[in-house]
Design a protein around this ligand. Structure first.
Ligand code: SF4
Ligand code: SF4
Length: 387
């Protein structure tokens, strides 16, 4: 790799504290989503941190200045100590969030988590229909999710629903929003798939057409007009179709500090895929040292690491060159401009992927089966990647 960072790092201002601590407490998950954001080799990382480790991580995160704590995974409810971790996070003064598929949220656990001080639950759905929801997650979870939605309301948590959109469900956006309304959701995140990890493996079958996206946005706008303040709808636009890069994770090492199930400290949940970078582990490093002093966190902070076309671009402060993982996955160069940007010399690779979908050349699911996220596929793919 080129190394333009030494002078830039020497003059770069010291970063502020993180706002969010994202505690990925486990990679275990009963679902097998085809767009899962967990690393493809998650099955190689089975050594989960102990309760005592997590309690220390929570304390260190708060001392560092984080005020929001998200418990995610995998499925965080698979940890029997979740209530204990939430209680400690609450005691420390975090605003606590649980990001869940709903599996494991029984009435008893919902009550226990409420008593522990959990502030907020985000429940994911894959679709508005049982058939597609259960197909995409490879589990029978649709009815369970409906029951969990009722539990969330019962406990007085704000009802926050998340649906990842792609070619196989985006045309159902109208019934998806109707379902959210029926379940009493106050916030709905309609998040177009980001093509990393498992979604990148399944990109050919998941990428929507422009027409599908435009229709979905129009339907969302119509619902916004109808629902007014009753429900907030967030339509997270995809970047493949826009020609503009996004400020990934609101800036590398700027807002989020992520701790993986086995204790690695990362600026984003997929950063470990980048070659030539190492990240500290909480078993050997404090969160403070990881955030301020580690090479991994400092590598892509700010703009000093950039090369052309980003280095002289007028937008560099706004988007910080986009996503490093996307640059690596598509351009095989983590220092490149994010290839979704129209100025990137690799932008044609993104356009070709979109064009394949637009022209009908992309393989449908019946011809190219989806790769479901499960430990068997993870181990098989990890071996293939090593080879
Ligand atoms: S995306 Fe699906 S498979 Fe992945 S962690 Fe979430 S619920 Fe589990
Ligand atoms: S060239 Fe780089 S900084 Fe400029 S818009 Fe594209 S990604 Fe952003």
């Amino acid at each position: 790799m080129n190394a333009p960072t030494s002078i830039a790092a020497a003059v770069a201002p010291r970063p502020g504290p993180p706002l969010w601590l994202l505690a990925e407490v486990t990679y275990r998950c009963p679902l097998h989503c085809v767009f899962c954001y967990n690393p493809v080799d998650f099955a190689r990382h089975e050594q989960e941190l102990s309760t005592a480790d997590w309690l220390r991580v929570l304390r260190e995160g708060r001392e560092l200045g984080a005020v929001q704590c998200g418990f995610s995974g995998g499925e965080p409810l698979l940890r029997d100590d979740l209530e204990e971790l939430v209680a400690e996070a609450h005691r420390l003064g975090y605003y606590t969030n649980l990001l869940t598929s709903g599996v494991g949220l029984t009435p008893q656990r919902a009550r226990a988590l409420k008593e522990a001080g959990l502030d907020h639950v985000q429940l994911s759905f894959q679709d508005s229909t049982k058939e597609v929801n259960d197909f995409l997650s490879h589990t029978k979870t649709f009815e369970l999710k409906r029951r969990v939605a009722a539990l969330i309301k019962e406990q007085g948590w704000p009802m926050v629903m998340n649906v990842v959109l792609h070619r196989l469900n985006i045309d159902h956006i109208d019934p998806i929003i109707a379902l959210a309304d029926e379940l009493g959701a106050e916030y709905v995140e309609l998040a177009n798939t980001q093509y990393y990890s498992w979604a990148f493996l399944n990109r050919e079958q998941l990428l929507p057409t422009r027409e599908q996206l435009q229709r979905a946005e129009a339907v969302t706008d119509a619902w916004r007009a109808k629902l007014g303040e009753r429900m907030k709808l967030f339509f997270v636009a995809p970047d493949y179709h826009e020609g503009r890069a996004k400020k990934c994770v609101n800036g590398w090492g700027n807002m989020f500090i992520t701790v993986t199930p086995d204790g690695d400290v990362l600026p984003c949940h997929t950063a470990k895929m980048l070659p030539g970078l190492s990240f500290p582990n909480v078993r050997e490093s404090s969160l403070r040292a990881a955030w301020y002093d580690s090479k991994g966190f400092n590598r892509y902070r700010g703009t000093g690491w950039m090369k052309e076309p980003c280095a002289s671009c007028e937008h560099k402060e706004q988007d910080l060159g986009g996503c490093r993982c996307q640059a690596y996955l598509i351009a095989r160069d983590a220092e490149a401009a994010d290839p979704v940007c129209a100025k990137s010399p690799h932008h044609h690779l993104v356009q070709e992927a979109v064009q394949r979908v637009e022209s009908g050349a992309a393989a449908p699911v019946r011809e190219q089966p989806l790769v479901f996220r499960d430990p068997g596929n993870s181990r098989r793919l990890s071996e293939a990647l090593k080879g």
